[in-house]
Ligand binder design. Structure first.
Ligand SMILES: Cc1cc2nc3c(=O)[nH]c(=O)nc-3n(C[C@H](O)[C@H](O)[C@H](O)COP(=O)(O)OP(=O)(O)OC[C@H]3O[C@@H](n4cnc5c(N)ncnc54)[C@H](O)[C@@H]3O)c2cc1C
Length: 419
């Protein structure tokens, strides 16, 4: 089939690669001049067994975020005082953070993350990929209360057989000797198999692999709308109409708009997420592993000569302006843990929009419109899911048996929720 993939982020490029591998004629349509220009650009670069757990839909997070609303730093910032879409999305998000829903969502994410991890290992080995990979992560608990809130997460890690160890501050400092002596904390969860790497570099390498399989990339082309007619799909790209046999919507935060044009309304809300890149000034004072501050929901990792810090979700903003609270939060977390490694105030700050679903689990598969497929709603943690999502969808489109179940990952989960 001639398949168009809308979006040259990590999800679109991975999908295109697996579609071409399955023998389809594939074109990626991207509105910017290169791959990985939106969420996949500012990515913190963490992936691995716990990525499914660093989700925003976790028990206790809504309460924590609201209790920190008036502090100068917090995991969530608000730009609009009253926007009905935002409040209705938040109501659903709070409900999805209940422990029963968290567990169900987590099982779905975990299955996809494990599958993705296996495929990623195959890609790295087969193509000898080097995207500055680094192993190990540390989930920092500032207080006993934070640890208590993370118990469900730890139980799930235990159930899934992921190696992890709860360490006291002394043991943590043996692994991370540069950790600030000034910042007191209760404990940390060490996950040796977690991985960090450079996400945009990975996407550029996947682009080359996809091109070697015949995938065409059409940059600076924006899809305005999609129409289905007489067994074909028509894409309105700038001034032209292009006919294809099938289309995959992997357009990140714009996926909701394209789906809305087809009469499919999803609770996909655009959330702005922040990152900062600071040049390392003192290498011996920089982190060895990736650090995730559970209180502020901010992560920090070292990528070559830079330290990348990311987190803070801003709701209700459609501009590219940097919210002061978000910038303060990133700087505070980095200063608290590794104060002498870099001057974080001079970092390059970036923000990008990602389409988040309240349940934090992406949607992939067929839509009610024939030959229109989605791979969207990837929110703030889907580099770790990219290979699995791409392969799963390529198998669905090729009408092959999928290697993992699609249960809970397709649009049909919304009809289940209503029942
Ligand atoms: C600051 C930050 C930190 C993150 N940290 C992590 C992390 O540590 N680990 C992790 O696993 N995930 C992380 N994520 C999440 C991860 O980056 C996203 O889940 C992932 O990049 C989503 O990929 P995507 O391809 O769906 O979206 P995007 O990368 O946003 O790609 C969508 C693409 O579609 C294009 N597009 C949109 N509309 C159209 C159109 N109409 N026509 C043509 N092209 C279009 C856009 O230009 C864009 O290039 C982070 C995200 C952010 C923002």
């Amino acid at each position: 089939m001639r398949v168009a993939v809308i979006g040259g982020g990590v999800i679109g490029v991975s999908t295109a690669y697996y579609l071409a591998e399955a023998g389809h004629e594939v074109a990626v349509i991207e509105r910017y001049g290169n791959v990985a220009q939106e969420a996949s650009f500012g990515n913190l670069d963490l992936m691995g067994p716990t990525s499914a757990l660093r989700n925003w839909t976790v028990p206790g997070l809504p309460f924590r975020a609201l209790s920190m609303l008036f502090s100068p730093e917090s995991p969530i910032a608000f730009s609009s005082r009253f926007e009905p879409a935002m409040w209705s999305w938040m109501r659903r998000w709070v409900s999805e953070c209940r422990i029963t829903r968290f567990k169900q969502n987590h099982h779905r994410l975990k299955a996809l993350a494990d599958y993705s991890g296996q495929l990623m290992a195959q890609l790295i080995q087969t193509h000898d990929l080097d995207f500055q990979q680094r192993k190990g992560s540390m989930l920092m608990f500032r207080s006993a209360k934070d640890l208590q809130l993370a118990r469900p997460t730890m139980e799930l890690l235990g159930e899934s057989g992921t190696a992890h160890e709860l360490l006291d501050p002394e043991a943590v400092r043996q692994i991370e000797p540069a950790l600030s002596a000034e910042t007191e904390f209760h404990s940390a969860l060490h996950v040796p198999e977690d991985m960090a790497g450079n996400c945009p570099l990975f996407v550029r390498q996947m682009r080359m692999l996809a091109q070697n399989l015949g995938v065409e990339f059409h940059f600076n082309n924006e899809v305005h709308s999609i129409r289905h007619q007489d067994n074909t799909v028509n894409l309105l790209i700038d001034e032209r109409t292009v006919e294809v046999d099938a289309v995959v919507i992997a357009a990140g935060s714009d996926s909701g708009r394209l789906l809305h044009g087809l009469g499919i309304n999803l609770p996909l809300y655009p959330v702005k997420v922040y990152s900062a890149s600071a040049t390392v000034q003192e290498f011996e004072m920089a982190p060895q592993t990736s650090i995730f501050d559970d209180t502020y929901h901010v992560a920090l990792t070292r990528l070559g000569k830079r330290i990348r810090i990311a987190g803070c979700a801003e709701l209700g903003s459609s501009t590219v302006n940097l919210h002061k609270k978000a910038v303060n939060t990133l700087v505070k977390v980095a200063d608290d843990w590794f104060p002498s490694a870099a001057n974080y105030r001079n970092a390059n700050f970036w923000c990008g929009t990602t389409g988040m679903l309240p349940e934090g689990v992406p949607l992939l598969g067929a839509t009610p419109i024939p030959q229109v497929f989605i791979n969207a709603g990837h929110g703030a943690g889907s580099w770790a899911l990219a290979a699995g999502s791409g392969k799963l969808l390529a198998d669905v489109i090729s009408q092959r048996e999928t290697e993992i179940s699609q249960e809970g990952l397709t649009l049909s989960r919304y009809s289940e929720m209503k029942n």
